[in-house]
Ligand binder design. Structure first.
Ligand code: RTP
Ligand code: MG
Length: 140
């Protein structure tokens, strides 16, 4: 398996509770390397553009308002099988269904306030990385 990059976000519910270090430690312990990272307070417009694929879903308003409600840490992760590995470490979208030891089981508050985001496929990873970072911001 080749080295792959994925995009990760530590969501406002987690930055608010000062969990950036603990969540990043989970990612690093799984063998993922943080090759870019910054803290941003996204505008509602940023959130709507970032989550455009969900624009027709009933939770779009709630999701974009939450994501622009406070600071987020956006990151690029690198490693073998990084997309799938990150999704595994994150756990199920709904923390009530997440496996023991996953980030969402440990820290998420609800289906909406679920502490982290991770890209779900190579195409989305490329788009989401490019949304927040220039290539020169990434040091592998
Ligand atoms: P993510 O994109 O955040 O990594 O999570 P995911 O792939 O597991 O979930 P996705 O279906 O892409 O949904 C994106 C985010 O929207 C919120 N959500 N709310 N109220 C609802 O029914 C609902 N469903 C999803 C979650 O915060 C989810 O992470
Ligand atoms: Mg998703």
């Amino acid at each position: 398996m080749a080295i792959e990059r994925t995009f990760s976000m530590i969501k406002p519910d987690a930055t608010k509770r000062n969990l950036t270090g603990k969540i990043t430690a989970h990612l690093e312990e799984a063998g993922l390397r943080v090759v870019a990272s910054k803290r941003v307070h996204m505008s509602l417009r940023d959130a709507q553009a970032f989550y455009a694929e969900h624009s027709e879903r009933p939770f779009f308003g709630e999701l974009t308002e939450f994501m622009s409600s406070g600071p987020t840490v956006v990151q690029v992760l690198e490693g073998e099988n990084a997309i799938a590995k990150n999704r595994e470490v994150m756990g199920a979208t709904n923390p009530a269904e997440a496996d023991a030891g996953t980030i969402r089981k440990e820290y998420a508050l609800s289906l909406g306030e679920n502490s982290v985001h991770g890209s779900d496929a190579p195409e989305t990873a490329a788009r989401e990385i490019a949304f927040w970072f220039a290539e020169r911001d990434i040091a592998g």
